[in-house]
Ligand binder design. Sequence first.
Ligand code: 4AD
Ligand code: MG
Length: 501
Amino acid sequence: MERALVADLRKHVGQTVTIQGWLYNSRSSGKLAFLIVRDGTGTVQCVLEKTDANAEMFAMAEKLSQESSLEVDGEVRADERAEGGVEMTAKAVRLVHASEGYPITPKPHGVDFLFRNRHLWFRSKRQWMILRVRATIIDEIRSFFNRNGYILIDTPIFAPSAGEGSQTLFKVDYFGEEVYLAQTGQLYLESACMAHRKVYCFGPTFRAEKSKTRRHLTEFWMVEPEIAYCQLDDVINVAEDLVCSLAQRVLRDHRTELEALGRDISKLEAIKKPFYRITYSEAAEILRGPRTRELLDSDMVRATARKAELEKMIAEKEKEAAGQGVKKWKAEKLAAEVIDHREELSEVETEIDNIPKHKQLSANFDWGGDLGGSDETLIARLHDRPVFVTHYPRDCKAFYMRRHDADPRLVQNFDLLAPEGYGEVIGGSQREERLDVLVHRMQEEGLKQEDYEWYLDLRRYGSVPHGGFGLGVERTVRWLCGLQHIRETIPYPRLMGRFYP
Ligand code: 4AD
Ligand code: MG
């Protein structure tokens, strides 16, 4: 019999095929067994009817436990109500391997439990969808640069010196010498753009981020283009085009997944050129101004109301679960819901604690410091399309950024902030191409010139204006999928205190 993938079943309507997969969920009426089977490409419901001839097989199918691997022969039927538009009338069900006591059941679990079982959690629908969107985003990133004439340059992961500040370096013992895991490929790419003009690198990068946030990982993937003969505006235009392509592509290929993830599609459709462009100084004004205050006040009202609501639901459900004669399944369901409510409650309580701090921080925002996570969130929430924030004070930014000609306090850089509060997804700049200015800036930063001689050579032999940026894959996946937390955007998230499995 012909084997088929669930994703292709629409092409097999009326035919009898074999699918090979795992049991996602099931129920039985005694006469009919409904088996939800996933095969890695999709899920389909297989309905097996009990007959005199198949009693034994029916009994086996009815008792199959979650995540048992199995093969089903069946006829494919069109059914517009079904997910994927098809169902299967099962003729035979064969067990490949019986799974016993699969730990992740359809009821809700706590986040820590799920991450300790990440190797299995992958199989759950939501995680499956997110990682598929991630794969598409990565594919679109590569094709964007490939079709626009960029040459892929793989930059090293063992790096002898810091690329993005010494605070977040991971040290590695390299045969008795100290090297670091790469925080960026940029410095190497700068050398490559002088050879190939338009280049990009795409790989894992590492930062010892000591805070636990919704947007930081210690290991994340970054794509970085670098272009010779180019100025800040040119770089910004490339970033804008890339982000538009990514939004278009996920809308084209993943509407179903995005809807299932609860993403507001209209927000993605709004990702169109031109994005907003404001300067750092304008951003500082916004933070100190009335719109920011009003936004935080309304947050406080919303969070306080939600806190009361959650506390009420928790109390009611705990009371109900403890009541006389409550069925076991019902008590379990209530207990699971209480776990969820408690998780949300602790987040809402943190928010309530933080709002006054954010209010104070933004109201007293001092010109000169970098925008913090909460500042970025506020700016981003006050815009309905992505915002480029340009021209930061040089003291809060990396040593390689080009000093502004008219105002030497500033650099020619930008961050791209995603709307709805997702914050920075891209950081980029024009690079300092003047040897003396660069050397001076490195001295201010206390960087050892001898570690960077090779980098300074690029300013000695045919230096030209050039620039580029870095886009964080996981931040982009989080934004486009509309996820609360960055940890679900990568197969095996690495955070402070989390590296298993
Ligand atoms: O702004 P960053 O630090 O810029 C650079 O690394 C430059 N060398 C890029 C360049 O100009 N070639 O990082 C770039 C992006 C951020 O905007 C963010 O999306 C992501 O990388 N990123 C992180 N993502 C997850 N976890 C972290 N700890 C991240 N740090 C940066
Ligand atoms: Mg940055």
